[in-house]
Design a protein around this ligand. Structure first.
Ligand code: ZN
Length: 133
């Protein structure tokens, strides 16, 4: 018998579902958790650091948003998008983003390389945050 491979997206959705996430952290819509995204309220997995910027599939880099917000962000800078989309949740979401990026600052040249590929605005915000600690 063939075993279907469980994808990272499926694992992530399951994890957040089990953790009791009910709503999209950006727009607050009540999420639905069906296997395949079928509406704007479907849970979908967002990469905090975009894959195109070297973001990984590790859980620390993933967040569950509704399909609508995920599509809306597209390839936008995280900080700019949050400011525009959900200013009330800005701090919480920035924390999420920063802790995701922090994992890349482990001193190895490869991970610093990834951090360098962030958009200038995201990079500045992250560096300023790290300096304050
Ligand atoms: Zn949303």
């Amino acid at each position: 018998m063939k075993h279907k491979k469980v994808t990272t997206a499926q694992k992530t959705k399951y994890h957040w579902y089990k953790m009791g996430q009910k709503r999209c952290p950006c727009c607050g819509v009540q999420l639905t958790w069906e296997h395949r995204a079928s509406s704007k309220r479907s849970a979908s997995v967002e990469h905090l650091v975009l894959k195109s910027h070297g973001g990984s599939n590790h859980q620390f880099n993933l967040l569950v948003l509704c399909v609508n917000c995920n599509a809306d962000r597209g390839n936008s800078d995280w900080f700019e998008w949050i400011e525009k989309k959900q200013p009330a949740k800005k701090e919480w979401l920035e924390q999420k983003f920063i802790s995701a990026v922090e994992k890349y600052y482990d001193g190895s040249s490869q991970t610093n390389d990834i951090a360098k590929r962030l958009s200038p605005k995201d990079q500045t915000s992250v560096i300023n945050f790290l300096k304050k600690r």
